[in-house]
Design a binder for this molecule. Structure first.
Ligand SMILES: Cc1cc2nc3c(=O)[nH]c(=O)nc-3n(C[C@H](O)[C@H](O)[C@H](O)COP(=O)(O)OP(=O)(O)OC[C@H]3O[C@@H](n4cnc5c(N)ncnc54)[C@H](O)[C@@H]3O)c2cc1C
Length: 408
């Protein structure tokens, strides 16, 4: 395809970098511009709460592509550059520190940003949020000198940071408003498994209680809980969720609803503008619902789908939601989307933590999580896609191959 067109991608992280890669792989030979406000080339964030945070791997392990990739593929990567506005009428993007681009097609891959708490003491030193490489470097450095770490929020990021801090030999307290870690996604019953894992590794757990204030003279020293108790710590990490970065889209008049609203082709409400990754609230045709995913796999796979559609290919994004987590020696993967369920089925050994957990709604598998059991993700996704009524006893029986259940 020989063209003079310019395709611009705002957000130089996983979704954006994979989209740029796909444009070239699909044969687009116009201009590809990848704009990112961070100082470094695109990287993956999962290591930032795991091996990179613990100092076990360096940046190269997290980078999406080798340094030479962008030049070799004639992708104009602009780092330390922020897109400040988009004008859909003139198709112009303004940049800070100066300059502008006119685009023919535009992809928004601006991701998400951590929600900040606004309680008293929130401005004290020693309170960290984790999202970018620079925030991770700051936390990593602070961890070396810290004795006692308080993690606020036992979602995925908080749970992983708590695990990493324990693995670094720190005393750790984990505070969560829900009754167990990860309750929103996994439910109380399965979340209890993660509660037990952290307890076994010596984490001081404060569940079912909110945080009211941080106290300290200049640096944080104490966290005051809603029940009046006080948890001491010289370093606090807050992980209470993220918000999609929709500022640009909002100014440009795009339809928003918990992110940038896109259809199954990742097209926004404005022709020629697409969105992918954490910022996109996409209609999922298999699940028949709108969903904004905050997972590595969505960024990895939506970027290329958006790129194909910028080239007019008309591809729907149908991948079943997938995410993974590693905490201590527990590795898990989750396939599916369980907004509601009425039954939880265990297949394998819950005590040994080698099992698959299935969430069922009216005897249909809506999600499955494999814990320290591998190479079953595709089968779980196939069960979710099939939406067939299954026999819970068969599902629980390790002697019945999952492929038999999928085909029955
Ligand atoms: C510490 C951590 C650990 C994680 N671990 C896991 C895990 O184990 N498993 C899993 O499934 N997921 C995990 N995730 C989630 C996963 O990393 C995200 O879903 C993924 O990064 C989303 O990619 P993205 O490209 O959509 O957005 P982001 O990674 O958020 O990137 C968006 C980029 O756009 C840039 N940007 C935003 N606005 C502008 C602008 N106006 N101009 C220029 N640039 C802009 C931002 O600076 C950023 O670089 C983790 C996330 C974090 C933070």
């Amino acid at each position: 395809m020989t063209t003079q067109q310019t395709f611009v991608i705002i957000g130089a992280s996983l979704a954006g970098a994979k989209a740029a890669e796909s444009l070239r792989a699909e044969g687009f030979d116009g201009r590809v511009v990848l704009i990112g406000e961070e100082a470094v080339r695109p990287y993956e964030r999962p290591p930032l709460s795991k091996a990179y945070l613990r100092g076990e791997v360096g940046f190269e392990k997290a980078a999406v592509h080798p340094e030479a990739f962008y030049q070799e593929h004639e992708i104009e990567l602009l780092t330390s550059t922020t897109a400040t506005s988009i004008d859909p009428a003139s198709k112009q993007i303004q940049l800070d520190p100066g300059g502008r681009f006119t685009y023919d097609q535009l992809l928004l891959a601006t991701g998400a940003t951590p929600r900040h708490v606004t309680i008293p003491g929130a401005q004290l030193d020693g309170i960290h949020y984790l999202r970018s490489l620079s925030s991770c470097d700051a936390l990593r450095e602070a961890l070396t000198g810290a004795a006692r770490v308080v993690v606020v929020g036992a979602g995925w990021i908080g749970s992983e940071v708590a695990a990493s801090a324990r693995q670094l030999g720190k005393e750790v307290a984990l505070i969560e408003a829900a009754e167990v870690p990860l309750e929103r996604v996994l439910g109380t019953e399965v979340g209890t498994m993660f509660l037990e894992v952290h307890a076994e590794h010596g984490v001081e757990l404060h569940m079912g209680v909110g945080v009211e204030a941080f106290r300290g003279s200049k640096t944080v020293e104490e966290v005051v809980l809603a029940d009046g108790s006080v948890v001491s710590g010289d370093l606090v990490v807050v992980g209470v969720g993220v918000s999609p970065r929709t500022e640009l889209a909002e100014d440009a008049g795009l339809q928003l609803d918990n992110g940038v609203v896109v259809d199954e082709h990742l097209a926004t409400s404005v022709p020629g503008i697409w969105a992918a990754g954490d910022v996109a609230n996409a209609y999922h045709p298999v699940l028949d619902t709108r969903i904004r995913l905050e997972h590595w796999s969505a960024a990895l796979n939506q970027g290329p789908v958006a790129a194909k559609n910028m080239l007019g290919r008309g591809v729907a994004y149908v991948k079943i939601p997938y995410f993974f987590s590693d905490q201590y020696d527990l590795g898990m993967e989750y396939n599916g989307f369980a907004a509601n369920w009425d039954q939880v089925v265990y297949r394998g050994d819950r005590d040994q933590r080698e099992l698959i957990v299935f969430w069922l709604d009216h005897r249909r598998v809506v999600a499955g999580m494999n814990v320290n059991v591998w190479d079953v993700g595709d089968q779980i996704a196939a069960l979710v896609t099939a939406k067939r009524v299954v026999d819970p006893l068969q599902l629980a029986d390790v002697c019945v191959d999952l492929s038999v259940i999928i085909d029955s």
